[in-house]
Ligand binder design. Structure first.
Ligand SMILES: [Zn+2]
Length: 319
């Protein structure tokens, strides 16, 4: 049989999963065997047992080595999806990866597909009743969690993260260093950082004309942040000064049912791509306050140039 996988992108599931209730078919199938078990813990424990047994060197940790030691064949081909795993007639697994994508993406996808093999038999019956090609988002989330643990094991990564935070706190340079050390994508390392360090947010911005728009945020619950463009923020300074970490206390609107103004210690850096990476942590003298601005209801959605302009008209809040 073939089991298709999604893109394997970790950011949304990793960051949004902490308070998730696992009540779907996947959780029920797993809990039917492991009574009362927390599904993410089952996947993470499986990775830890495996790494203990395999005694792999790292970082970076080599998923091809993991596959080889598990007797899983890995091949690459041209296809529309990032990867899938199949169980062959002889009961062995084969993982197919998309040719031509970045190494970081391939590494994450391979780990994600290996995770699909962990509880394959338990989950197989449930898969049989799904429509062909239809992924179960809950199983996909669990495989993303396992993939993050395989590439950035908690023990090793949290130690490196704590060391990076010493001194002036975490900067974009630290994030890029961790990304290279663990050979993962920027989105994956940001998701791991904010998963472990709950008061940290990583944001990727793009400057378009006068507007600075959010591309993604980790955790994803912060994706509604809108920068208060005062001309003095670390994000705006970084946009004009590539290749340096610039630090400031920046203000943001958090768009939601109630729009809040928040201030954060922000360290920003313009990347080679021209995008700007910010690491936000609580301001030492945070003066969060709740306020209301009058916006049409349809602007409650994702930030856009329009929202950025709307927010800028409330410039007084940003001082
Ligand atoms: Zn998958």
């Amino acid at each position: 049989m073939r089991l298709k996988s999604g893109s394997g992108t970790p950011s949304a599931t990793e960051s949004g999963v902490k308070n998730k209730q696992w009540q779907g078919a996947t959780a029920r199938a797993l809990q039917g065997v492991y009574a009362g078990a927390h599904p993410p813990s089952l996947f993470i424990s499986k990775v830890r047992e495996l790494y203990c047994e395999l005694r792999l060197d790292g970082p970076p940790f080599d998923p091809w080595e993991v596959a080889r030691r598990l007797h899983i064949e890995v091949s690459e081909e041209t296809m529309a999806i990032d990867g899938y795993v199949e169980r062959r007639a002889d009961e062995t697994f084969a993982i197919h990866l998309r040719h031509g994508v970045s190494l970081a993406r391939k590494r994450f996808t391979l780990c994600h597909e290996i995770a699909h093999t962990f509880f394959f038999d338990i989950l197989e019956d449930r898969r049989r009743y799904r429509q062909a090609g239809q992924d179960d988002p809950e199983e996909e989330s669990l495989c993303d969690i396992a993939a993050a643990e395989m590439l950035m094991p908690y023990g090793s990564f949290s130690h490196d993260l704590a060391a990076a935070k010493l001194g002036e706190g975490l900067t974009p340079s630290d994030v890029l260093r961790l990304m290279r050390r663990y050979q993962v994508s920027l989105a994956a390392v940001a998701a791991r950082i904010t998963w472990i360090s709950r008061d940290t947010t990583c944001v990727l911005w793009e400057k378009r004309g006068p507007a600075i728009n959010l591309i993604w945020a980790s955790p994803s619950t912060d994706r509604s942040l809108v920068l208060c463009q005062t001309g003095r923020t670390s994000v705006e300074d970084a946009a004009e000064t590539p290749g340096r970490d610039l630090t400031s206390r920046d203000s943001f609107y958090q768009i939601g049912d109630t729009t809040r103004l928040i201030r954060r210690h922000a360290s920003s850096r313009r990347l080679a791509s021209g995008q700007i990476l910010s690491v936000l942590s609580p301001a030492k003298t945070a003066r969060d306050r709740t306020t209301s601005i009058h916006r049409p209801a349809e602007q409650h959605e994702k930030p856009s140039n329009q929202i950025a302009r709307s927010v800028q008209t409330h410039f007084a809040f940003c001082q």
